[in-house]
Design a protein around this ligand. Structure first.
Ligand code: ASN
Length: 290
């Protein structure tokens, strides 16, 4: 049985200097996940480890390196799903946690599917997760982005500068049992309204996994949410499309419905992978062992 993993580090207009470090971070994360898969580990463990590595990489807008809200705070969203069990764990508006995806995994193992804000923090405490300081998550780059957004009174819907919406991270994998998993983690969108939740922690929108396919998305969260992009791709694979055809078809559909952009990664139960985006570029990496 072939194993495979695809990761992304966000889609958008990404400066040439950032593409190189971003792609390197994606490849590193894909290799971390691949080592788990090659050793017979589960797809769920692989996507969690890959996303965790990207949350720890300050070049991405997730965990360390997350963007700031209009109040100058960091509110992160994350979701993880296992395809063959349909178990899901998600968090919205989580604060002061280094690895939201690890906490989302604990939600997946709990009786609940999603926790938000204060209750999510309470859950972290109950699970013995250590809290960090805002400074531990904040990078100079995101602070400067935020200062610029504040000066320009940028709102989430206005595309006033390039650095606005990339850096969300995600991973999809299939393991040696043909089981699938997907994970997505993000700081959201720069200067977002406090409490704003994007697609990333919403099942079927920013991530999804079932018995046929696993999907992780990045892009303008409001549109990915209203169009339930991840679930559309899973359904397309379920009706016989390849991972690549499904990715292309749904990104084309996104383009017919909205001016906003984004990208997706997909893997199917046979280890076929796909990726598509309609932004200028998307940072991604993959590893396969047929
Ligand atoms: N960069 C992103 O992908 C942003 C994320 N989809 C959100 O809207 O929160």
């Amino acid at each position: 049985m072939s194993v495979a993993i695809v990761v992304h580090g966000g889609a958008g207009t990404i400066s040439p200097e950032r593409i190189g470090t971003g792609m390197a971070g994606c490849n590193e994360a894909a290799q971390i996940g691949m080592r788990i898969l090659e050793q017979g580990g589960t797809a769920l463990d692989a996507v969690e480890a890959a996303v965790r590595a990207m949350e720890d990489n300050p070049n991405f807008n997730a965990g360390t390196g997350s963007c700031l809200t209009s109040e100058g705070n960091i509110e992160m969203d994350a979701g993880i799903m296992e395809g063959h069990t349909l178990q899901v764990g998600a968090l919205a508006g989580i604060e002061l946690v280094k690895n939201p995806i690890a906490l989302a995994r604990l939600v997946l193992q709990s009786p609940h599917a999603m926790l938000i804000g204060r209750g999510a923090s309470l859950f972290a405490e109950e699970q013995g997760i250590a809290f960090c300081q805002l400074e531990d998550l904040l990078t100079e780059r995101q602070y400067n982005n935020w200062k610029r957004a504040q000066a320009q009174h940028t709102t989430e819907a206005e595309d006033l500068f390039e650095e606005k919406k990339h850096g969300t991270v995600g991973a999809v994998a299939v393991d040696s049992h043909g089981h699938l998993a997907a994970a997505t983690s993000t700081g959201g969108i720069i200067n977002k309204h406090p409490g704003r939740v994007g697609d990333s922690p919403l099942v079927g929108c920013g991530f999804y996994a079932d018995a046929n396919a696993a999907i992780s998305c990045t892009g303008y969260g409001e549109d990915f949410t209203r169009l339930t992009i991840a679930r559309r791709i899973a359904d397309a694979v379920g009706t016989g499309k390849t991972a690549q055809e499904a990715a292309d078809e749904v990104i084309a559909f996104l383009g017919t419905q909205t001016k906003e952009t984004g990208g997706v990664i997909v893997v199917d139960k046979h280890g076929n992978t796909g990726q598509a985006w309609n932004s200028e570029n998307m940072m991604y990496g993959s590893a396969q062992n047929k």
